[in-house]
Write a protein of this length. Structure first.
Lengths: 154, 85
């Protein structure tokens, strides 16, 4: 398991290769990349500033990974989340999961993102054409995370 | 006892402080006691920490939803609902 909170960008293919190393048991590698958009809630976004809670953020991500490992038979995971100032088109988050078969890694990858969005302490502030504003939490994200507590995700 | 309090994101900006240490009586050692101390400052403190506001609380870097008991040197963090990913 690896969890990284960093300012720097990441190289997806390099991280995928590193995660499955030379483990011949890995038959599936699922990944998700979140990217900064130039539009949110009807406003043009020029910059996205990411704040986090050093220490707690890493710990929260590790707890989420441990939870995924109890639910699915997966080999390894990587979560990278960027902080600081980001622009549209920038990569913001990466989740990679390896497993023997695709079903496990697909599900675990989606679960990790859903839980990350509702449980890991990160906050986004947008610079828009009409000034800056803190991004509000979405009910749809809470609902996405809630699905996994109702047996649907097993 | 001394409690370290951290503020993040919108709350950090509203209060214009990222962290502070407050002293509370040993007999008033619940999260709700700490919140009341802060609310008593009035103005933006009262407004942002109103019970109807959706702020979150972490104690020693773990999210809590109940009114837990605090001990000396605990770290309490107050922040808005998270918006990463």
């Amino acid at each position: 398991m690896s969890v990284r909170v960093q300012i720097e960008d990441f190289d997806v293919s390099q991280e995928m290769l590193a995660l499955r190393k030379k483990n011949p048991k890995v038959g599936a590698v699922a990944s998700f990349v979140g990217v900064v958009r130039d539009l949110n809630d009807g406003e043009d976004v020029s910059t996205l500033e990411l704040e986090h809670y050093p220490g707690m953020t890493e710990r929260a991500l590790e707890l989420i990974v441990n939870e995924a490992k109890t639910r699915w038979d997966i080999y390894d995971t990587l979560i990278i989340h960027r902080v600081g100032a980001l622009q549209p088109l920038d990569q913001i988050v990466l989740v990679i999961v390896t497993s023997a078969h695709r079903g496990e890694s697909f599900k675990a990858c989606e679960f990790l993102m859903d839980y990350l969005k509702t449980r890991a302490p990160f906050w986004k502030k947008e610079q828009t054409s009409s000034g800056e504003r803190w991004v509000e939490a979405r009910a749809s994200d809470a609902e996405a995370a809630e699905r996994w507590t109702q047996g649907e995700g097993s | 006892m001394e409690i370290k309090i951290l503020f993040f994101a919108k709350l950090r900006e509203a209060f214009d402080v990222s962290q502070e240490v407050i002293v509370i009586a040993d007999t008033e050692n619940k999260i709700s006691d700490v919140l009341n101390v802060l609310r008593h400052r009035g103005d933006v403190w009262k407004r942002e920490l109103d019970e109807n506001k959706p702020f979150r609380i972490a104690v020693n870097q773990e999210m809590v939803s109940d009114d837990v008991l605090l001990k000396n040197a605990d770290e309490v963090a107050l922040f808005p609902p998270v918006t990463g990913g």
